[in-house]
Write a protein that binds this ligand. Structure first.
Ligand code: GRF
Length: 194
């Protein structure tokens, strides 16, 4: 944790692979006067990720990781986390699966946002599956990461109703809006207990 004018701020690394709208939103929240966290590092599994533009814009240190070899990739990530004294990892659209060893090393310090009401609809293509199953609700979940996919302890969830003419794109968009409210709230909740 870093001391900042009497306030201890949690040092966060955000892991992305794509658009980075959650990253952008977390940066926005981190810049609020009373924010309890500071984003120190952005890790991307993809050097062309659109989200990297936000690290550039807000002058946050960023690293694109070559994932040709997963163990080398995680060694590189681990070194960056240590070097930057990171307290907490926020996965936000990170499309790589972390190894058991990596997760063990940062136990209780990795959280993820998933666009469904876990434990329902783990994995990919959630919106399509939700619509095919004619669910009445979907939503989003922030949870701790453990060695099973999308299965760690739930921190917060938000329900989103399915509308008559929904398609995966429309639903994704409405859920993403809720994600942007939920992720900062979840951070606040767990930072108090770190
Ligand atoms: C979000 O829907 C998140 O729940 C999922 O991947 C998407 C990432 O969106 N894990 P963005 O890159 O933050 O815009």
């Amino acid at each position: 944790m870093g001391k900042l004018i009497g306030i201890t701020k949690t040092k966060v690394a955000v892991f992305i692979s794509g658009n980075g709208s959650n990253l952008k939103n977390l940066i926005k929240h981190s810049l609020k006067k009373d924010s309890q966290f500071i984003i120190k590092l952005v890790i991307s599994s993809n050097s062309k990720a659109k989200g990297l533009q936000y690290a550039r814009k807000f002058k946050i240190k960023k690293k694109s990781i070559n994932y040709n070899n997963i163990l080398n990739a995680e060694k590189h990530i681990n070194d960056e986390l240590i070097k930057n004294y990171i307290d907490l990892i926020c996965l936000a659209g990170f499309m790589k699966i972390l190894t058991k060893n990596f997760i063990k090393k940062f136990k209780g310090k990795i959280i993820n946002i998933h666009p469904s009401l876990l434990p329902k609809y783990k994995g990919l293509n959630t919106h399509q599956k939700v619509l095919e199953n004619k669910e009445k609700f979907s939503g989003c979940t922030v949870h701790f990461v453990n060695s099973k996919l999308d299965a760690g302890k739930i921190i917060l969830q938000k329900k989103v109703p399915i509308l008559k003419n929904d398609n995966p794109e429309k639903l994704a968009k409405r859920i993403l809006k809720q994600e942007h409210l939920l992720y900062p709230k979840a951070l606040k909740k767990i930072i108090a207990r770190l």
